[in-house]
Design a protein around this ligand. Structure first.
Ligand SMILES: Nc1ncnc2c1ncn2[C@@H]1O[C@H](COP(=O)(O)OP(=O)(O)OP(=O)(O)O)[C@@H](O)[C@H]1O
Ligand SMILES: [Mg+2]
Length: 360
């Protein structure tokens, strides 16, 4: 394949048309992305879609098979160039903290600073430990630290050499819910205070929205959409992206006179040709009790989930059957079981995408 090459930007990470196969099996397909200095880009996608492979190629741990990788204007890998990982000014942070058990916290961080003049290593190590709130543990060994503390030390070790690029691969996935929130906060603060470009892998959309200035959604080796968290949430380009950012109810139909008839009402389908097959996707938070609405459903169960209540409904499908629908209501609104209620939709949570015939 040949591509027009874009000029390499002077600053930040630049990845262009990268593809990768293991033993002939293609797992990364023509990925291009950029991360300016100081920005966090989250690579979000399901298990096996090629996220870790992307990081490994960028770090130089996998040989580049096609495309181009550059950092701060210098090519790290292309058809003729291969800069080894240790010469890339790239730091990696993975889910297994990989601290050396026989070294203290301070020694672990200093280990990453072997290229620095020896007199500067100790103060720099203490400085980055202080940034993550772990300077009080400088002389402790890793086994006495909690998982969250170990991950903070690993972050300090990765930050120590002032890398121009940080690569984070599911860095919080070994931490329980509460610790994850604490460590995420610290990592975000430390990264925002630095001028490194950061590429972070996650399969958790909430985490991607929390951490990312921008998000690149990956599926089956390809980037399917890139944008700010708000852009991806409010204007998902397809059903896959929409489905990553919350639970959706799915219906299908055909466009007739610019509209699609669904069990939840007749919806406007602008831009779709007459007779086209389409899928209508409604976020669970887009379904609301509404006495004036024509759509009717029977409440099967209601479950309080803390800040919201999830209501399971069977909605008349207009053909003598029922469509199972989930509605997420704010607060503690709890419709009674077996109650028959009217259902309305909130426009901003309703999406219509064309379907290829046969896809229904
Ligand atoms: N060294 C390898 N040799 C052969 N196949 C591999 C190798 N590493 C990964 N794969 C395969 O490549 C595909 C992509 O793997 P990768 O680890 O990049 O996915 P991922 O998006 O990071 O997934 P996860 O979220 O589960 O970590 C998978 O099908 C995986 O089985
Ligand atoms: Mg992975």
């Amino acid at each position: 394949m040949t591509h027009d090459s874009a000029p390499v930007p002077e600053k930040g990470l630049f990845v262009e048309h990268v593809s990768h196969a293991y033993d002939g099996l293609q797992v990364v397909r023509d990925v291009s992305l950029t991360v300016p200095p100081g920005e966090i880009l989250c690579l979000l996608g399901p298990s096996g879609c090629g996220k870790t492979t992307m990081l490994r190629v960028i770090a130089g741990l996998e040989p580049l098979q096609s495309g181009r990788v550059a950092l701060d204007g210098a090519v790290l890998g292309d058809a003729v160039t291969y800069v080894p990982p240790e010469a890339r000014s790239v730091s990696l942070l993975f889910q297994d903290f990989a601290l050396f058990p026989h070294l203290t916290v301070l020694e672990n961080v200093m280990f990453g600073l072997s290229r620095m003049p020896s007199a500067e290593r100790r103060p720099r190590a203490l400085d980055v430990l202080a940034q993550v709130g772990m300077d009080g543990y400088a002389d402790a060994y890793p086994h006495v630290l909690s998982g969250g503390q170990q991950q903070r030390v690993a972050l300090a070790r990765a930050r120590g050499p002032r890398p121009r690029l940080m690569l984070l691969d599911e860095p919080f996935s070994n931490l329980d819910f509460t610790l994850r929130r604490q460590v995420r906060d610290i990592v975000l603060t430390v990264l925002h205070a630095s001028s490194s470009a950061t590429l972070m892998v996650t399969h958790d959309s909430e985490e991607a929205m929390f951490m990312g200035d921008r998000i690149a959604v990956m599926n089956d080796g390809r980037i399917v959409q890139q944008g700010t968290p708000e852009q991806l949430y409010t204007a998902p380009g397809n059903a896959f992206v929409l489905g990553l950012f919350g639970e959706v109810n799915r219906m299908t139909g055909r466009v007739a006179q610019g509209h699609i008839q669904t069990p939840l009402g007749r919806l406007c389908a602008p831009g779709l040709p007459e007779g086209a097959a389409a899928e209508v996707l409604v976020r669970a938070e887009g379904v609301r009790p509404d006495d004036r609405a024509a759509a009717r459903g029977i409440v099967r169960t209601s479950r309080m989930l803390g800040r919201s209540t999830l209501v399971h409904l069977d909605v008349d499908d207009g053909a003598g059957g029922a469509l199972h629908v989930h509605a997420r209501l704010p607060g503690r609104t709890m419709p009674a079981e077996n109650e028959r209620i009217g259902l309305g939709l909130i426009d901003e949570h309703v999406f219509i995408f064309p379907l290829a015939d046969g896809e229904r």
